[in-house]
Design a protein around this ligand. Structure first.
Ligand code: LIP
Length: 294
């Protein structure tokens, strides 16, 4: 991992205003820093005595947000203000000023917040850099796994664990849809969940199996790593997929993502699949009524 010195705003900005590899290095560094904060604060806030007032809800009673989400996003925002003045930021917990560079950072401070709350080891920090709405660099930090996934457009997708060497990511070579392991997720709105239940019931007999891990960012990184063969989900926000969709694409997967300015309430489907099953998978989703917005 390339370290980015804390006070390198001028160098980082002047020499690589939209250089994907330089932006990837920043995304990796800040995702790692935020992941360390999330690990430390979970022990204090969720496991420790500081839980009172630490958790509230957003769109529904089952859509939580914690003070750790907010602290993680604040750390990333503060570091980007130093490293990348003039870029804009879109975060799960807030917006920001317009960009003067064309670069927008898209942040999910904790993706998989329910897993974070329950102590299920599948939650991540996701940071992407977009140029005119297209992701050109991104990093996803698997917080419990202490693993970083990252990509720069045109430069491949990589992962590295604690102290490990970077390893190139490649999705699977599966060509038989009936042998495909498919990841998905469900929204927080009960009416959408009912429709999502009907869709997954249609898919279940046609594929190897379904995995519902609870973090879109980790789902798409597992696609990139060849741990699942396909993924789909309706109603994701840009911060759920902005980094991991690039990682999966640079690992060879076929991606269909919502417009960069879409929001979860549009209910648009995000699809990722290994190339050998991509066409058949999209056909199956169409038969299940999953290509329409929910
Ligand atoms: C989560 C997504 C996941 C979805 C969950 C939730 P959050 O994001 O990453 O794919 O199935 O319902 O929306 O809310 O934990 O950041």
């Amino acid at each position: 991992m390339v370290r980015v010195p804390e006070n390198s705003s001028h160098q980082a900005h002047a020499s690589s205003a939209s250089d994907p590899e330089a932006l990837r290095a920043i995304a990796e560094q800040l995702a790692a820093e935020a992941a360390e904060l999330v690990r430390q604060r979970r022990a204090e806030v969720i496991e420790g005595q500081a839980r009172d007032g630490a958790v509230s809800t957003k769109s529904t009673a089952t859509d939580p947000v914690t003070i750790v989400d907010q602290e993680s996003e604040e750390l990333i925002r503060t570091r980007l203000a130093t490293l990348r003045p003039g870029d804009s930021i879109l975060g799960e917990e807030g917006g920001g000023a317009a960009s003067t560079t064309g670069i927008r950072w898209v942040i999910d401070p904790i993706d998989g917040t329910v897993n974070f709350l329950y102590g299920i080891d599948a939650y991540a920090v996701s940071i992407a850099a977009q140029l005119d709405g297209t992701s050109i660099a991104g990093a996803v930090a698997d917080v419990p796994g202490r693993r970083i996934y990252s990509a720069a457009r045109g430069h491949g997708a990589w992962q590295h664990g604690p102290g490990g060497k970077p390893e190139r990511l490649r999705c699977t070579t599966e060509t038989n849809l009936g042998h495909a392991l498919v990841a998905t997720g469900f929204g927080y709105d009960p009416a959408r969940r009912a429709e999502q239940g009907s869709i997954v019931a249609h898919l279940l007999p046609e594929v190897r199996d379904i995995r519902r891990i609870g973090s879109a960012a980790i789902d798409l990184c597992l696609l990139a790593a060849g741990r699942v063969d396909a993924y789909y989900e309706h109603g994701l926000h840009p911060w759920d997929w902005a980094a991991a969709s690039l990682i999966a694409e640079e690992a060879g997967a076929v991606l269909v993502t919502p417009p960069a300015d879409s929001s979860g309430s549009d209910g648009i489907v995000t699809i990722g699949a290994a190339p050998g099953v991509a066409e058949a998978f999209q056909g199956l989703l169409g038969e299940a009524g999953a290509l329409r917005a929910l």
